[in-house]
Design a protein around this ligand. Structure first.
Ligand code: HEM
Length: 253
């Protein structure tokens, strides 16, 4: 455990040292003005406080995004019709060249891509449970809960409830298409939690995942690994201990 912690701390120290060096370099600095780390430096954070802030971002934003990417590709490898529809959307917006750039604006227009990522995150919730400690006594369904009681919210259960999603076990990105938006009740699709302490990186995470998935589909056909079963390990971040393997077949140029 100690050695794992040391590896994480060293990684963070290296990230900070690199950013500090880049700040001294006027050319790189010009390009990277809005780096998060610059904002922290500009707010005079240093030492352990700076390390802790960077650690939070690295830990909260790394495994979560990697798992969401993995589950999305895994689902696509098993659904050729969904994959084909997604490829058509990507090609209609970015062009047919498998190496064409995909811009931020392109990503905003790719509605089916967004629906595919959301449906993958609904079925494979990344953070399955969150907790909240109540700041005052509350009364609910005839029961009084005293101040400081901790509530656990089962996000996985909400995402798979028949009360909120028709055929919840079915993988169906169309439920997240704009024309069906009215069918999704408020606070029932909550992979990033909700409220004042929800995920600070949610927009960035969606951008990363969408970009990565679009680039993969643009360049490769994803094929399933036969006889593979996901075996879920419910930790803070949900993952499959058998992985999410996919076969990549390069598309002809
Ligand atoms: C698929 C990707 C991600 C998922 C599913 C996810 C999920 C979540 C959830 C559910 C929470 C709230 C926990 C709670 O309510 O107790 C949270 C908080 C947080 N997330 Fe994410 N996250 C993702 C990506 C990211 C990224 C990319 C970053 C940063 C670059 C990030 C930074 C944070 C931070 C700093 C918090 C704590 C916010 C606070 O306590 O006020 N997350 N995330």
């Amino acid at each position: 455990m100690e050695s794992v912690l040391n590896t994480i701390k060293k990684f963070t120290r290296d990230v900070i040292a690199k950013a500090e060096a880049e700040r001294q370099d006027s050319v790189v600095n010009e390009k990277s003005k809005i780096h998060l780390i610059d904002i922290l430096f500009d707010n005079k954070l240093s030492g352990e406080t700076l390390n802790d802030q960077i650690n939070t971002f690295i830990l909260a934003g790394h495994d979560t995004v990697a798992q969401a990417m993995g589950f999305t590709l895994y689902e696509l490898s098993r659904r050729s019709a969904v994959q084909q529809k997604l490829l058509e959307e990507i090609q209609s917006i970015a062009g047919k060249d498998p190496n064409a750039d995909i811009t931020y604006k392109d990503l905003q227009e790719m509605k089916y891509l967004e629906a595919v990522v959301k449906e993958s995150m609904r079925l494979h919730v990344i953070v399955p449970v969150i907790e909240r400690k109540i700041s005052h006594d509350i009364q609910h369904n005839g029961i009084r809960y005293p101040k400081d009681t901790t509530f656990m919210f089962n996000i996985d259960g909400i995402h798979k409830s028949e009360k909120y999603f028709a055929n919840p076990k079915e993988y169906n990105p169309n439920r997240f298409m704009p024309e069906n938006a009215h069918l999704i009740l408020k606070n029932t699709f909550v992979p990033f939690s909700v409220g004042p302490r929800d995920c600070i990186g949610k927009l960035y995470a969606m951008l990363e995942i969408k970009f990565f998935v679009a680039k993969c589909i643009q360049k490769f056909e994803l094929l399933p690994v036969e006889n593979h079963n996901l075996k879920m390990l419910g930790e803070i971040v949900n993952k499959s201990i058998t992985g999410t393997p996919v076969i990549f077949k390069e598309r002809p140029a």
